[in-house]
Design a protein around this ligand. Structure first.
Ligand code: SF4
Length: 252
């Protein structure tokens, strides 16, 4: 059953100040198995996987294997799977679409224009994400407000207009980086070795570089683009938004 705007508004008011654990507990009791976490095995995602596994060992977690991830990310995913005993539902891009992209435009077309970058993200991330979300009533993300200018007003509960108006939960929206690190340290959770090598935000290998101390945490993602362009389409607030960005009409 679809969530109404009124329900989402009530939940937003109720959960905006709640702890992430309380949000997770409520969400799993309300929506499981129609709810899943989208994980890139960032520190935030690992915190959420631990919180979800505390509530139910069969909580659903999916991950997008774009084919261009760092080896360190696969190692982290495996360490998390073993330590927390969770099952990861890996999703892959359409083989035909990747073959066509690489044959026609080469292996690094995403560096040539914003349109090409969005095309690659669409094939490797956005379309597999849509498949992963189809049939769900809600999804969970590790987004936080302080991560990027595009996330400053991020609520804990929102309706995902771009994915069939299902519920989108961002339980860590109000957490600081310090709170995330503290939680990981206390529980001894595995973390991606790239963080120690200067990568605060990790995506695909060719589109992520380390940042200097004090630099914006997302400065290393698509570093050749302007800050307000740095989203991959996974978190577009509505279906038309991503296309408008391609045309240079900006975003939130
Ligand atoms: S982050 Fe880079 S390699 Fe990964 S899907 Fe987007 S453009 Fe392609």
């Amino acid at each position: 059953m679809a969530v109404t705007m009124e329900q989402a508004r009530q939940w937003r008011t109720r959960f905006d100040e709640e702890s992430p654990e309380a949000v997770i507990r409520w969400a799993l009791s309300e929506f499981h198995p129609g709810i899943a976490l989208a994980s890139s095995f960032s520190m935030e995602d690992i915190v959420l996987i631990a919180m979800m596994a505390d509530v139910r060992s069969d909580a659903r977690i999916f991950a997008l294997d774009t084919g261009r991830l760092h080896e360190e990310t696969y190692e982290t995913a495996e360490a998390v799977r073993r330590m927390l005993g969770v099952r990861v539902e890996w999703r892959f891009p359409s083989m035909a679409a990747v073959e066509e992209l690489e044959r026609s435009k080469g292996l690094f077309s995403f560096r040539e224009s914003l349109e090409n970058r969005h095309e690659c993200c669409r094939i490797r991330k956005v379309e597999p994400l849509s498949r992963a979300l189809s049939g769900l009533r809600a999804w969970v993300t590790g987004q936080r407000r302080e991560q990027a200018v595009t996330r400053r007003t991020l609520p804990v509960v929102e309706i995902d207009e771009g994915h069939g108006k299902i519920l989108k939960l961002n339980p860590l929206a109000g957490w600081t980086e310090q709170e995330v690190k503290e939680y990981v340290r206390k529980r001894g959770l595995p973390v991606n070795r790239l963080h120690d090598m200067g990568y605060p935000s990790i995506g695909c290998a060719p589109c992520t570089r380390p940042v200097a101390p004090g630099e914006d945490p997302r400065a290393g993602r698509w570093w050749w683009e302007r800050p307000e362009q740095k989203e991959c389409g996974l978190h577009a607030r509505n279906a038309g938004e991503y296309d408008r960005r391609d045309k240079g009409e900006g975003e939130e």
